[in-house]
Design a protein around this ligand. Sequence first.
Ligand SMILES: Nc1ncnc2c1ncn2[C@@H]1O[C@H](COP(=O)(O)OP(=O)(O)OP(=O)(O)O)[C@@H](O)[C@H]1O
Ligand SMILES: [Mg+2]
Length: 313
Amino acid sequence: MAIIVCPKCEKKHNVNLDAIKGNAISGKNIAARCKACGHKFPVELDTLFDQGNEHTQKSRPAIRKICVTLSKGGVGKTTTSVNLSAGLALAGHKVLLVDTDTQGQSSYILGQKPKAGLTELLTKELSPEECIIQARKNLWLLSGGKSLAGVKRIIDRKNFGAEWTLTEALKDLDYRYDYVIIDTAPGWDQLIVNVLFYATEVLVPVALEVMPLQGLAEFMKSLGSIQKYRKEIKLKYIVPTFLDTRVKGPETIYSQLKKLYPEYICIPIRYSESLSEAPSYGKSIFEFAPGSTASVDYRELVKKVTQDNTALL
Ligand SMILES: Nc1ncnc2c1ncn2[C@@H]1O[C@H](COP(=O)(O)OP(=O)(O)OP(=O)(O)O)[C@@H](O)[C@H]1O
Ligand SMILES: [Mg+2]
């Protein structure tokens, strides 16, 4: 048995591999029609048979779950989550962007108006297929928004296992993606704890505009308290943001960060008007201003995260 997922409605279908072996042997590819939405799409037999083969399944690179977080507000978390996701998708990876913020900015930036999102997935009101929308080629979105405030109260009232609520909700669907990128709200609450129990890598954007070191140190402490219970979660990237090269202050803070955290520090994202303009057009930086410095900087971040210098995007 293997599973085919309809690229249009994302419905999962079981496939009996024995029944289509004949096509595989003669080297043909097949077309499938989704029983749920009627969409016809090509199926690569090699991939399908690889799925049925346990050995090959094990050799598939593990899904990467990266959360973008820092308690301090306005440091570029959402901008980084959206543009990193868009860049990874352009580089050919399948990406799920999860917005866990009540501000619901990610869908706005991507020009989407989803009817449902993370709230309905967490409350099990709707199926994952109804909650996740495809925002671009290779890029899917599980949107946030005001209704998440109610979910937080539900999580708070749980007596047992509250911190695993998000992990439970995502466990049967994240296998479809190469990357799950999670944007978080500012502050510290039960939903952020849930994110840190789900993700395995942490990316921290640090604004170089105002003294950021104290906020970063506080966050490291909070992360440490989670790591006592969940060893898998690791700080991987510190991304300096709002680098204004015309003045000295930000460069000085950047040098301090490099000295303090050499193993995590990434190339900074420079201050760029394009980044604040792009959201009102519903576009990622790669669509809105592909030649801008911000586009160059986010491309560098994609290369760093994928460890692929030749990534085309
Ligand atoms: N490098 C940059 N240059 C210029 N403007 C930027 C840059 N990065 C982000 N911005 C703008 O700064 C504002 C705050 O950024 P963003 O919303 O990404 O921060 P945030 O950390 O997600 O905020 P919050 O904590 O409220 O969720 C936005 O208007 C965004 O467009
Ligand atoms: Mg945000």
